[in-house]
Ligand binder design. Structure first.
Ligand code: ASP
Ligand code: MG
Length: 406
């Protein structure tokens, strides 16, 4: 008998029939003699609808109230799923995130899980129950309801799997697994049988929507294998784990893209110690997460500093940055919110020359201008015009021979 944690996404529980379908799948796992814990997302677009409702009522809703409101989406789906299992003759119980012991800090809308006190979940499993946990939510030290950031039910599932030392965490969604690129952009994209945590993390951070990056990080931390598969088929999916052998052929594993990119350039900055801190400390204090940062070499002690942020944060960034750029004597501060990024990812490129050159020449053959470049050991990212992202992903997919199955 194994302990298995499953997660079902919003589209998998979008209506009563789909909830019954999920209940049947859970029952199959239980019938095999396993203990089953399930984390579930809100039905369909419920979270978007609740957020939109909040903003119709109040342009600046209070974080505490907003989190309590959106957490109800997952209470609806988890209770209905428990009822569906009961109707099929299975013993099941739903628990809110708080009841399941998901303890978080009190950063509303993107709380961090501090620990999982799994006593109650264990007790219910011992009674023979299938335990259905409302995903995406926890409870703060002050006993207030918090949420874990959009897409956070993945994180709930992996955190539960880690604390319960589950054999595997199965993430069931509306796609067949992790692909070499977004199949909506690249019809030839291939499903990967397996991928390492580090590669998956890079892909997720760089825009692959299939899994929440924090969930991948937790999976690696607790060394929990994560299966990503469809809740509508019985196809094998993709296993994310730590034991993926280093590719003998030095291959790029996947291509991620993201259209949610805005660029800010502080032009004509005096080049002296403390300038970068003067710019980025106030941004950090405003909880703005900065992505790529590039500083040019200075000429006559004057330089330009460019960085990227999510588009939704651009207004706030400019509000923070304008007065600072005046204070430090910069010439001006300009922004561009029509950019996107494409990334190639693969451990095979570690210490291997040639990948960057191939990426740049592929883009240049397509007449695509690269605005910024950033790299990690296993990733190269280019920031380009948003209207060229689709062409770029397709061309790179071909150039790195990802349309042929392994
Ligand atoms: N329902 C939440 C959202 O839509 C959490 C999740 O789906 O994982 O972001
Ligand atoms: Mg959702």
């Amino acid at each position: 008998m194994a302990l298995i944690v499953q997660k079902y996404g919003g589209s998998s529980v979008a209506d009563a029939d789909k909830i019954r379908n999920v209940a049947r799948r859970i029952a199959v796992t239980k019938d095999k003699g396993n203990q089953v814990v399930v984390a579930v997302s809100a039905m369909g677009d419920t979270t978007d609808e609740l957020i939109s409702l909040a903003y119709q009522i109040n342009e600046h809703p209070d974080g505490r109230e907003l989190d309590a409101l959106v957490s109800t989406g997952e209470l609806v789906s988890s209770t209905l799923l428990a009822m569906a299992l009961e109707a099929m003759g299975y013993d099941a119980i739903s628990l809110s995130g708080g009841q399941a012991g998901i303890r978080t800090d009190s950063t509303y809308r993107r709380a961090l899980i501090l620990k999982v006190e799994s006593k109650r979940v264990v007790k219910e499993l011992e009674k023979g129950n299938i335990v259905i946990v409302a995903g995406f939510q926890g409870i703060s030290e002050g006993e207030d309801i918090t949420t874990l950031g959009r897409g956070g039910s993945d994180t709930t599932a992996v955190a539960l799997a880690g604390s319960l030392e589950a054999e595997v965490c199965q993430i069931y969604t509306d796609v067949e697994g992790v692909y070499t690129a977004d199949p909506r952009l690249v019809p030839e994209a291939q499903r990967l049988d397996e991928i390492g945590y580090d590669e998956m993390l890079e892909l997720a951070v760089q825009g692959a929507k299939v899994m929440h990056p924090r969930a991948v990080e937790l999976g690696e931390l607790y060394n929990i294998p994560i299966l990503v598969a469809s809740s509508f088929t019985d196809n094998p999916g993709t296993l994310i784990h730590g034991g993926v052998s280093m590719e003998v052929r030095n291959k790029v594993r996947g291509i991620a893209h993201d259209l949610d990119v805005a660029k800010v350039t502080v032009v004509g900055v005096p080049d002296r110690p403390g300038i970068a801190a003067a710019i980025f400390e106030p941004l950090a204090a405003a909880s703005i997460s900065v992505d790529t940062i590039v500083q040019n070499a200075s000429i006559d002690n004057i330089t330009d500093l460019t960085f990227t942020v999510a588009r939704g944060q651009l207004d706030e960034v400019m509000k923070v940055i304008q007065p600072i750029s005046q204070e430090i004597g910069a010439r001006e501060c300009v922004s561009d919110a029509t950019l996107g990024k494409v990334s190639i990812v693969g451990t095979g490129m570690q210490n291997m020359p040639g990948f960057a050159a191939r990426m740049f020449s592929t883009l240049s053959e397509k007449g695509i201008n690269i605005q910024l470049i950033s790299t990690s050991e296993i990733r190269i990212t280019c920031i380009i015009d948003e209207v060229r992202v689709k062409d770029a992903v397709r061309a790179l997919h071909r150039a790195f021979e990802l349309d042929v199955a392994d």
